[in-house]
Design a protein around this ligand. Structure first.
Ligand code: PLP
Length: 400
């Protein structure tokens, strides 16, 4: 008997404990309820399940392998570190998992346009890819700051045929892109569908995106058990909105002996105002149609957050993470920009794997923690994406 019962989650109204829900105007709630009803029906259909399973295998390249980082582990001299290689997926990150799910859902629902925001551009590229494959027009909103920082992804989105909308308001980053994309969606929510890029937003998105991402943990748990004859003592993943982390954690929630650790960006440090450590320093609040932990300024508006990893600078976080934190089932820790850069370079040079700056936060946690653990213990890191998109930025930053 497990201590927690996570199975019927969220409840019928989209709540994970007190978090989540649909904190949106009534007309939008009607549209979200329609999406939920359609999703619950479509996900049961054998042809939908088969189509998604085939695409995961033949298009994404699943299952992604688990790699034992032998040299890194031996240099650190403590726990053994394993990597779940989501960086090897087509388009280079975990996001393709839920983008294929959302694009297929849009097709089954007969939608005419898919709208989304993107931060690092990873969600944009993954969604533009999925929409090209499925054959649905796609419109992506992106902050101007991120457009300049993530040029390779911007070019890819254009090549893939999506409409790219630059957003210059506010801090011109992820949060502003979400606002802009939502305004466009509200113009015709009957025919458009919003494809949220993480386990955030109003119900049913935190549930849907989690379900599509849970393939990560389902595979990893089985792969690890098969190769090591046990489960890992620690499983870790970086947390922006929380999709790669919840995708990894879901399969392990009932395994009480598996410690789950989400790693947030501490930016310049938790004692500065340049971080994005929502769980560590935020408090329960409201953002983008959901209740969750939020980083707010004194006037109650969302804090302009910072991380060296564009995909992590979001002042909210998934409602299920907020709930798991309060339950104590998942621990949330942080890594600074400097620790992240160090982990990025270390993994590149010791294992020949260039990780995304986002994923480097989880790698940094493993590098910091492994030496404090015994050699017979194991840390499984979700390597959420590859660092090709970050290579120019890091080279410039370090003067390489
Ligand atoms: C977008 C992104 C993240 C952050 O998003 P989550 O929803 O928190 O997973 C992490 N890693 C990579 C590689 C990303 O592209």
């Amino acid at each position: 008997m497990s201590k927690f019962d996570f199975s019927p989650m969220p409840d019928a109204n989209g709540y994970f404990g007190e978090y989540g829900g649909q904190l949106i105007p009534p007309e939008l709630k009607t549209v979200m309820d329609e999406i939920n009803t359609a999703y619950e029906e479509i996900r049961q259909k054998p042809e939908f399940q088969q189509e998604l399973a085939d695409l995961f295998a033949d298009y994404v390249g699943r299952p992604s392998p688990i790699f034992y980082a032998r040299r890194l582990s031996e240099q650190l001299g403590g726990a053994r570190i394993f990597l779940k290689r989501e960086d090897l997926n087509h388009t280079g990150a975990h996001k393709i998992n839920h983008c294929l799910g959302e694009a297929l859902l849009a097709k089954y629902m007969g939608k005419t346009k898919v709208i989304a925001e993107t931060g690092a551009g990873q969600h944009g590229v993954a969604l533009a890819t999925a929409c090209a494959l499925v054959g649905i027009p796609c419109e992506i909103h992106m902050g101007q700051v991120d457009i300049e920082k993530e040029h390779p992804n911007v070019v890819k989105m254009k090549i893939l045929g999506c409409t790219l909308v630059p957003v210059t308001r506010g801090t011109a980053t992820l949060k502003d892109a979400v606002d802009s994309a939502f305004e466009e969606y509200l113009k015709d929510p009957k025919n458009f569908i919003y494809a949220i890029g993480s386990v955030v937003g109003p119900h049913p998105f935190p549930k849907m995106v989690r379900d599509f991402q849970s393939i990560i943990g389902t595979e990893a748990r089985q792969q690890f058990q098969q190769r090591e004859g046990k489960l890992p003592e620690y499983v870790t993943a970086c947390v922006g909105g929380g999709s790669n982390a919840i995708g990894m954690f879901t399969a392990f929630l009932d395994d009480e002996n598996v410690n789950l650790v989400g790693v947030e960006p501490a930016g310049y440090g938790l004692d500065t105002d340049k971080h994005s450590a929502t769980m560590s320093l935020g408090k329960p609040g409201e953002i983008h149609g959901m209740k969750c932990y939020v980083l707010e300024q004194e006037d109650g508006t969302p804090m302009p957050v910072h991380s060296i990893a564009s995909g992590l600078d979001y002042p909210g976080v998934g409602p299920q993470h907020s709930y798991l934190k309060d339950l104590g089932r998942v621990q949330y820790d942080t890594a600074t920009d400097d620790e992240c850069l160090n982990a990025f370079m270390t993994l590149s040079r010791v294992e020949g794997i260039i990780p995304a700056l986002e994923s480097s936060h989880a790698v940094a946690w493993a590098i910091r923690t492994a030496p404090t653990l015994d050699k017979d213990q194991c840390i499984l890191v979700n390597l959420s994406g590859r660092g090709d998109k970050d290579a120019d930025y890091v080279a410039q930053k370090l003067g390489l």
